[in-house]
Design a protein around this ligand. Structure first.
Ligand code: PMP
Length: 344
């Protein structure tokens, strides 16, 4: 009898069920146990694979997609890559409207994954017909059999994590976790995961990580958007200048802000101490852990789960480039002059 070949049907079968890894060195001076859920183990190397697959499959279940349908979204980031990957495997066309601020590397990567990319001017306001929001909306209206993912305003973004990330963490920790900490961008990851975890145990403390220059923390505390809080910052995927529908503010106990510089150094420290090569926001979430530890948040019984959303390879020309770090003023005198002193 012929034996069955031990293979997955497609790369999409590998989405989710990412490993939870104990952190040993970076947290060694802290009380409690710390675990990172490493989303770079998804085939598209980020947590966004989950929402891309879930939202597209939900549209299939509702009969909204046919073989030659088109998936439309406005991102050059992780979501764009995941949507392109899911679309190519399932036989859909993927159109991404991206900002001219996006690096050429990112645009090339999306095109390699079969996406049709429209580069829209970054300097125009969101309601300008040339903005990537407006271009995406127009393409959606003009393209038959198309769906617009709209991740910031799509409840299914929360649902994807409620159905997958939440149950996985509950299972992996055998329900023993005391804290769940995650970066908030669209808010889908933290809201969906926390919704599940709090249903299982309302005592789990949920902490969102926000950027200086973003409105999320202040909005959570006051219910208002403070325009003075909005200014440019460098971490991609963290924080926002508007209030996303995909964030369930009620489920988040508190927000904490981290700086671009601290997060960058902590991302490098994760690689150096744990051997985990993770993205910029993984540095942000661990920076939040450090600050919470200083505030006395943890004790010997704490079992803390953090999300590492993506892989370090996406940041080679940023956080992991000394040149970039130096240009931002993130390397101190000593670090910068080491090379010079060595006569290199
Ligand atoms: N980290 C990175 C690198 C991201 O791209 C995102 C998504 N914007 C996040 C964190 C935050 O995840 P979410 O959008 O689910 O809040």
């Amino acid at each position: 009898m012929e034996q069955t070949i031990d293979a997955h049907n497609s790369i999409l079968d590998l989405i989710g069920k990412t490993p939870l890894v104990k952190l040993n060195q970076i947290t060694s001076a802290m009380e409690g146990e710390f675990y990172a859920k490493i989303e770079a183990f998804n085939p598209g190397h980020s947590a966004k694979d989950r929402i891309a697959a879930f939202i597209i499959e939900e549209a299939e279940r509702k009969g909204l997609l046919k073989k030659d349908s088109t998936i439309i979204e406005t991102t050059s980031g992780n979501t764009g890559f995941s949507l392109a990957m899911v679309s190519i495997v399932k036989g859909y066309k993927c159109i991404l409207a991206v900002s001219s601020k996006s690096s050429q590397d990112k645009i090339d990567m999306l095109r390699c994954m079969g996406a049709e990319v429209y580069v829209c001017p970054a300097h125009v306001s969101a309601d300008d017909p040339r903005s990537y929001y407006e271009v995406a909306k127009r393409l959606h209206q003009e393209t038959e059999n198309s769906i617009y993912i709209n991740q910031y305003f799509n409840e299914l973004n929360i649902e994807a994590h409620y159905r997958t990330t939440g149950p996985e963490i509950w299972e992996q920790t055998k329900g023993q976790l005391t804290h769940f900490i995650a970066c908030s961008g669209t808010g889908g990851t933290i809201s969906g995961t926390a919704r599940y975890l709090k249903e299982m145990n309302p005592e789990v403390k949920v902490i969102g990580v926000d950027a200086y220059g973003s409105v999320l923390k202040k909005y959570h505390e006051t219910g208002k958007i403070d325009k003075n809080e909005i200014y440019p910052y460098r971490i991609e995927g963290l924080g926002k200048n508007l209030i996303p529908d995909a964030t369930d503010f009620k489920i988040i106990d508190t927000f904490l802000k981290v700086t671009d510089k601290d997060s960058a150094h902590t991302a490098r420290e994760i690689a150096r101490t744990e051997g985990i090569f993770a993205g910029y926001t993984s540095g942000a979430v661990m920076q939040a852990v450090k600050q919470l530890n200083e505030q006395g948040e943890f004790n010997k019984d704490s079992k803390v789960v953090v999300i590492f959303p993506d892989h370090g390879s996406r940041y080679m020309s940023k956080v992991y480039s000394d040149k970039w770090m130096e240009a931002q003023g993130f390397l101190n005198e000593m670090q910068s002059s080491k090379q010079k002193k060595a006569g290199i």
